[in-house]
Design a protein around this ligand. Sequence first.
Ligand code: NDP
Length: 295
Amino acid sequence: MPEISTLTLNNGVEMPALGLGVFQTPPEETRAAVEAALSAGYRHIDTAAAYGNERQVGEALRSSGLDRSEVFLETKIWISDYGYDKTLHGFDKSARKLGVDQIDLLILHQALPSDFDATLEAYQALETLLGDGKVRAIGVSNFMVEHLTTLLERTTVIPAVNQIEIHPYFQQKDVQTLDAEHGIMTQAWSPIGGITFYRDGHHGSTLQDPVIGDIAQAHRKTPAQVMLRWHLQQGRSVIPKSTKPERIAENIDVFDFELATEELAAIDALDTGQRGGPEPESITLENFGRTIPED
Ligand code: NDP
């Protein structure tokens, strides 16, 4: 089984550098995907209240026979649950669905620029949960430079993690630099460029990129493995998603080779500056709000 490296967060908590993402994994496929991952050696799962599959993640954890302490569980509070009391309750909902007393890493899914006060109150609730030992680490996702700057000015605990879109075609160097300056771990979502797969034309899918393809051939690895290795060697956490056991196994088989400095630089040079996901500034409750069920 591959030996997964770990990253130490800014509060000393250890997190596996590679985990399984379950965005767009239908609830009825989630248990099998997470079970496949845990038996392939994954010890970190990234879910979210908004994904509607926390319950099945918890089921897979229990059926695996692994001790709770062996698996790092990360989930996210959705914007509809922002505000101090609502976010405390959001923790209760997620913990209940996951079937755990403590969550390893709880993050805010998005900034809500149209109501940043509610975003700050939500973060203050995370600080309380951290102080009470209900969560081991707290953080944010999709926070751009201006969001992070305000958060750092107006709250106490520096986020342990900022989970943002990063793949070879969109690297967000400005956010990565600010994260690094404050000891915030940058965690890459869409690490193999899943969000690019259905784009047409030049810089469509990262999987088809000739530079990545050549590097993969040279190492007898796949393009997905090369991209994951690129993140890991640059110190980022990665959470690739798959529902297919063979790809789940492929994506964790990245700890037995090393990219050269020039290969890392060649991938760095593929940045297009073109975002795949929604513009973080455009997130509003009107567009993206939805009720997170109690059970
Ligand atoms: P990924 O870069 O992980 O790519 C996932 C896609 O790649 C799926 O279509 C999957 O298909 C396919 N795939 C997986 N492994 C391979 C492989 N080895 N070779 C070829 N294709 C492969 O993108 P995601 O957007 O899913 O991001 C990963 C995770 O990041 C999410 O699951 C979620 O946890 C998180 N995320 C967070 C966001 C946020 O706003 N915070 C936004 C988006 C994602 P298949 O399943 O069929 O194998």
